[in-house]
Design a protein. Structure first.
Length: 160
């Protein structure tokens, strides 16, 4: 192969590689734009329950007649740490969403989602209450009991 042919071959490969690089960058940008559009749309479709309620609960909650021992301890921890925003019996307030809501059913927000929310906080995505800060003072044992409490209250309200 002559030197001229080598240069042409190199130029072709470089151009092809450059085109592949441009395509990869464009694909990444397109995915980012699509993700941003979905993220923004979710915020625009926030549930109607977040409307102002005069300071009351956002949803009606049926309280279970009995709670397991873990849920009883969880209720105490919930009232001490979570109820200020999520309301009595997890019914929500103007400061935070109700956890007794289909959005928080176990198949959509499993127990791990609650663990991550307490550990890391949550960026607002289903509701327009703002971000939830991490709750570093809550122990793992208390958190497991809070999850038991929330799940039992959810089941009493048909959320499974």
């Amino acid at each position: 192969m002559t030197r001229n042919e080598q240069q042409k071959s190199h130029s072709k490969n470089a151009a092809g590689g450059m085109n592949k690089g441009k395509i990869a960058v464009l694909a990444i940008v397109a995915v980012g734009i699509a993700a941003a559009a979905v993220w923004t749309r979710r915020g625009a479709e926030a549930p109607a329950a977040e409307a102002a309620t005069g300071g009351g609960a956002l949803v009606a909650v049926t309280v279970p007649a009995t709670l397991s021992e873990a849920a009883k301890m969880g209720e105490r921890a919930f009232n001490a740490v979570c109820a200020a925003c999520h309301g009595a019996n997890a019914a929500g307030t103007e400061a935070g969403p109700p956890l007794v809501h289909k959005i928080y059913e176990p198949s959509h927000h499993g127990d791990y989602a609650f663990e991550m929310a307490v550990a890391n906080g949550v960026r607002a995505h289903h509701w327009r209450f703002g971000d939830m800060p991490p709750q570093p003072a809550m122990t793992k044992a208390d958190l497991q009991n809070v999850i038991a409490y929330v799940r039992e209250v959810q089941r009493a309200n048909g959320i499974e």
